[in-house]
Design a binder for this molecule. Structure first.
Ligand code: NAD
Length: 361
């Protein structure tokens, strides 16, 4: 399977009217996005039709001449197989064929769910995305990973199914809550460290503009992230090699995220902390300089992330190590981590427990 998404980064206020089609289409969004002022005009094209119930998911169905719209409850809590089936029920209600299009308008939850539903609907229909969160634009909407959660397992059911088209309107990030914006920013910092010195320089020198979501700066920042992620997934869609690099900070971060209790810390807060741990380990192993580790820590702290070795949300380092050992990304008894020799000098490696623990205490 090849990565074949056509991506457009579009400046200015989002006007989605061009997406309405003479052919059948199913739009999928969540309640928060449905209520956005910036999309009021677009959603006015639809009239309410009925409810769709699927297990614990209650969604609302709308339609206009040829297009339908399903609005699902917002949040990770609804990233379930029930919601995937609600989307499929809506597609069936509108007799969508494999040639028709599912259009997701939303963050990572909506794009993952919609792409999963479209990938299994009649063995694969078309899907396109309008990404509306910083995390979605820079990460989730690019690269073809789809899925939903099940019981306590995140993204445990899913497929590789790249969208046909992705529309990125950086202006959408202006209505994100600070919490969501800062969470997405951790992936931007990670991308800069891995692949883009200019982007890291922008994050170091233009903090005020990044935080105030200056239009020019967010456009540049998001465009650079889109370019970097696209380049990697074109080389390695199914994460056999280079794509693993995108897990910088994630092995440590995921362990903290689950130990702190899902939802206590944002994904971004955990990734930022985990990235500092990966670089602390890198300098302890003599791979990168102490100065580089300190430089990254300083930038991370300047955006408000916890950089101390013991995170106050969960202080038991040995328990974090245990969780890291269970991470599905390990291929042997050692723990796979992404380390660095310096800015944009990346290493994929496996490390013994004792060494990992040294970076956690
Ligand atoms: N497929 C991948 O490669 C990949 C990569 C990273 C993350 N993910 C997945 O992405 C999900 C997280 O994505 P997310 O952070 O975008 O979460 P999300 O989709 O839940 O969006 C976060 C919140 O912001 C709201 N929102 C969305 N756009 C908005 C806007 N423009 N203005 C105001 N509010 C808005 C949403 O309603 C939601 O409440 C996780 O489920 C994760 O597993 C997938």
């Amino acid at each position: 399977m090849k990565f074949k998404t056509e991506i457009k980064v579009i400046d200015g206020n989002p006007d989605l009217s061009f997406l309405l089609s003479e052919n059948k289409k199913l739009f999928v969004t969540d309640e928060n996005i449905f209520a956005l002022k910036s999309l009021e005009k677009f959603f006015k094209n639809f009239s309410v039709l009925n409810k769709i119930n699927s297990g614990n998911t209650q969604a609302s169905l709308y339609s206009n001449k040829n297009n339908a719209l399903i609005v699902i409850p917002a949040g990770e809590k609804y990233k379930t197989i029930d919601t995937v089936l609600a989307i499929i029920k809506a597609a069936l209600a509108f007799s969508l064929t494999r040639k028709d299009i599912f259009t997701a308008i939303g963050g990572g939850v909506i794009t993952d769910l919609t792409a999963f539903a479209s990938s299994i609907y009649k063995r694969g229909a078309k899907v396109e995305f309008v990404s509306t969160t910083l995390l979605g634009m820079c990460d989730a909407a690019i690269g073809g990973k789809t899925g939903c959660d099940f019981e306590d397992y995140k993204n445990i059911a899913g497929t590789f199914f790249p969208a046909d088209r992705l529309y990125v309107f950086p202006e959408f990030v202006k209505s994100l809550s600070d919490k969501e914006y800062i969470s997405g920013l951790a992936e931007v910092i990670k991308t800069a460290l891995l692949f883009d010195k200019k982007l890291f320089n922008l994050l170091e020198t233009q903090k005020e503009k990044v935080l105030s979501r200056d239009s020019e700066v967010i456009y540049k920042m998001i465009s650079l992230c889109v370019k970097a992620k696209t380049k990697i997934v074109k080389k390695d869609l199914t994460e056999k090699k280079e794509r693993m690099l995108l897990n910088l900070g994630h092995t440590f971060g995921h362990a903290l995220e689950s130990r702190a209790g899902l939802g206590v810390l944002t994904h971004g807060e955990c990734v930022a902390w985990g990235t500092c741990r990966a670089l602390d380990l890198s300098q302890k192993l003599g791979l990168c300089s102490y100065d580089y580790f300190e430089r990254v820590k300083k930038v991370s702290a300047s955006y408000g992330y916890e950089t101390d070795v013991v995170h106050k949300a969960f202080t038991d380092s040995k328990a974090i190590l245990e969780t890291m050992k269970n991470d599905k990304k390990n291929s042997s008894s050692k723990i796979r981590v992404i380390l660095q020799r310096g800015l944009c000098k990346n290493i994929i490696t496996e490390i013994e427990d004792e060494k990992i623990l040294e970076a956690l205490i």
